[in-house]
Design a protein around this ligand. Structure first.
Ligand code: PMP
Length: 287
């Protein structure tokens, strides 16, 4: 397996960065998780744009152009013979001292891993997912903007640990207002009276690329999508609920804590959106 590291394809065993990298010492850096379908990078431009937006927010100058990174992802996919898989694109602050100051980090490290994708089991798409509402509150935008996809995922990891402790694989995270924000690695939608609802950016979420696609498909399917706050009570009482993400695509949720959602089976509109999402992938349409 080859890794694209700072402009070169190197063997995985030789793909190393220093322990003094602030990505390692402080989680100081940004990343993207991207899907390749049939040899094509899904929503490539949107992902690269989000990476640069994240980097700008943390004042990290990526030492490549967007086009150079797009070409590099294609190289990494080809080198590993990955046609349907997952791409991890990471830019760290680079080597520095033990102090926090990023000004001591002169050269960011950039790497790309093209690998197989770890999917949720197919049975979860048929039966739906059970999730919990975590006690860990999502980091507020006033602390660190959740719209920045940074290497600092501890907030999400703590909620993920709660999920694992409860015997499920995802957790809904509330924001500091007590409303639903998102899950540890997925966005969340509900359907109420035939209407598609998802928390707005102001709820403190990572604005998922999959979420954007689903909002567009919801419009086309006549589900009058709306971005508005969702309370925990409203999510329990929704007719349907599902999660979206690069790996998950569109996955139904049928149980939250001890409450059954809708009939307890994946909802019909959720399944319609999942089918539309898969058609959207095949169409090659860009956002
Ligand atoms: N929220 C969080 C916290 C995430 O990490 C992710 C990506 N794994 C998402 C939402 C979904 O975003 P996307 O659809 O771009 O994968």
């Amino acid at each position: 397996m080859k890794i694209w590291l700072n402009g070169q394809l190197v063997d995985k065993s030789k793909a190393k960065i220093t322990v003094m990298d602030h990505g390692t010492l402080y989680g100081d850096g940004v990343f993207e998780g991207i899907r390749a379908y049939n040899g094509k990078i899904f929503q490539c431009q949107a992902h690269v744009d989000r990476l640069f937006d994240s980097a700008r927010e943390i004042r990290l100058a990526i030492p490549y152009t967007k086009q150079e990174l797009i070409n590099a992802m294609a190289e990494a996919l080809e080198a590993d013979g990955v046609s349907d898989g997952y791409i991890r694109l990471v830019v760290t602050r680079g080597e520095g001292t033990l102090g926090l100051s990023p000004s001591k980090c002169l050269v960011p490290n950039t790497f790309i891993i093209a690998d197989q994708i770890a999917l949720y089991p197919e049975q979860m798409y048929r039966d739906g997912l059970a999730v919990i509402i975590a006690k860990t509150v999502r980091t507020a935008a006033s602390m660190l903007k959740p719209s920045v996809k940074s290497l600092n995922y501890l907030n999400n990891i703590m909620a993920k640990i709660e999920a694992i402790d409860a015997g499920v694989i995802e957790a809904i995270m509330l924001n500091d207002q007590g409303n639903v924000a998102e899950c540890t690695g997925d966005n969340i939608f509900t359907i109420v009276d035939g209407r598609l609802i998802t928390p707005p950016a102001s709820a403190g979420i990572l604005e998922g690329i999959t979420r954007q696609v689903v909002l567009k498909l919801g419009e086309r399917l006549g589900l009058s999508p709306v971005e508005r706050d969702i309370t925990p009570e409203a999510v329990y009482a929704a007719d349907e609920c599902f999660l979206t993400g690069t790996a998950a695509e569109v996955i139904p949720v049928t149980k939250i804590d001890d409450k059954m959602i809708g009939s307890g089976s994946p909802g019909p509109l959720t399944l319609k959106l999942l089918a539309a999402f898969r058609e959207f992938i095949a169409s090659g349409e860009q956002l």
